[in-house]
Design a protein around this ligand. Sequence first.
Ligand code: GLA
Ligand code: ZN
Length: 677
Amino acid sequence: MINEKLSKIWHGGDYNPEQWNSTEIWDEDIRMFKLAGIDVATLNVFSWVLSQPDENTFNFEWLDEKIDRLYENGIYTCLATSTAAHPAWMAKKYPDVRRVDFYGRKRKFGGRHNSCPNSPTYRKHAERIAGKLAERYKDHPAVLIWHVSNEYGGYCYCNQCEQAFHKWLNDKYKSLDNLNKAWNTAFWGHTFYEWDEIVLPNILSEENEGDVSNFQGISLDYRRFMSDSLLECYKLEYQAIRKQNNNTPITTNLMGTYPMLDYFKWAKEMDVVSWDNYPAIDTPASYTAMTHDLMRGLKSGQPFMVMEQTPSQQNWQPYNSLKRPGVMRLWSYQAIGRGADTILYFQLRRSIGACEKYHGAVIEHVGNEHTRVFKEVAQLGGELDQLGDKLLDARVNAKVAIVFDWENRWAVDLTSGPSVALDYVAEVHKYYDALYKQNIQVDMIGIEEDLGQYDLVIAPVLYMVKEGYAKNVESFVENGGTFMTTFFSGIVNENDIVTLGGYPGELRNVLGIWSEEIDALHPDEKNEIVMKETWGNLSGSYTCNLLFDLIHSEGAEVIAEYGSDFYQGMPVVTANQFGKGKAWYVASSPDSEFLTGLLSSICEEAGIESLLDVPEGVETTERIKDGHSYLFVLNHNSEEVTININEHKYYDLLLNKDIAGKVTLDGKGVLILTKVK
Ligand code: GLA
Ligand code: ZN
């Protein structure tokens, strides 16, 4: 449980009462929070300058008052450390806190999330205020969790970062000789003889817009270094809190598939993962599902928090569509069904000025409870009360895993060639989507996760194979596992240096193939996947595009061949028996019909069952606790559907009654079913 003080699914969100100087409004807020079943308020996210108006003055009385008033009314606090927006006085007095951007421009004061992570001033002051807050609130009964900073992200390109980079590189490589080798600096005459000859990679040196780098080695390391630098800031605050208090959990809010930080590394430093879920109206439900599964995967299946979601609309998307009636509730249960133990909003009351005044909130500008949005929030609040602690800590049990690796993603993004259209996350999502549509539960895992717990492991575009990983895959397959990877895999090591001796490098043995060349065509140009014979649910031919590996079998069974071009007749899909298991290679990017057929057949063969047979547009997901299964059925369609919940009798946790046989589910409707014994 995240915190036993509140043993139900938390319901609340970011609350900025400091933006109003009115007891009347604060009282109204509390009245309405109670109506909506709000039990947690996230305070102090951006109020650093309020608590520290100058370098030597601290004033937390405003915060005492807010925390106490809420607590007296039964509302707990998620306490932020406020370090995501540095004070103006700090930016003026200590220019080193201000970042330099990708174009080499020194920032002035303004915005947020923009402190240089290697600024000694920022680090010192952030640690200091976190410590002061911890000292003051360590024993406060209202505090459920610490929320360090906010949405860490972005990179800095200043001189102090460059110097810190030299030190980071020195620690990593020990000598310039090693570094020169690792980055292959003999290319374009880049050999370094002094550490300070190395300049950080931005538009003034090695990189162009859109992640294109001349030197993947340095660019990869800069991403690792920046992710580590920001993590270091988080850790300083974490430790400052821990010094005062050793049991309240600590988190920081992540952003799903955000590209710039290696979240698997970050999650190790977090007591519980939390993240901000902002799908657009046209984000595929399976993409959001995948992201929840990824957030759950960061800590090997431990339940996570939805730290923010909008009750209605965003302000920062190009077209800020309202969540249609029922959608907020539906998406909340999607999160819960995939492992979330909290539903928190940004924000509880709408700002009146600046850029977020058109961002959705529980309390809108009209200021009362008679709004569609408020009513939907209040309904959900009532349901979460009713669910109590039933689902808390429930786990998800998946037999299929998809590998997701940020460093591999960086390397794929940074490559020059073979195709600008190659998008790592999109390829991962394709595979996820095919399983999602068949209601097969998936874990999204990092490369450190033990593969032995799964029957099927898919690693799309495993371009970078880190030391030891190929051996893990081999022993997984040897012992009976099914492994699948795709085109453009096994090409480089962790420094983006090609593994010689033929693609897919270290994976060649387990896959039983050799990839001789890689063709890239405009995404509109297709080739065909022609089945050699019927295999499982697959027969005839399908299409593929993007990249086309020209492969030869070295023992693998050829399942399908290319249908056209000069490589017509060469293998495009292969399966290699290796020990007790099989390793699959999909040499191009297939259409979804092919993938659905392939994955359903493989799952059938491996005895991996789908959760429930449901109509299109209906999602299922299951959490398990103390031997009880909780099956979520989520109707993303606007129209009602009929679900046949087979021969079992179920109890629905939301309707509070037994149901069986054929059930009608409203458009955007939700069922949470548990079997009646
Ligand atoms: C992010 C931030 C919040 C707010 C929301 C708006 O998630 O953490 O402070 O700006 O976006 O959607
Ligand atoms: Zn910097």
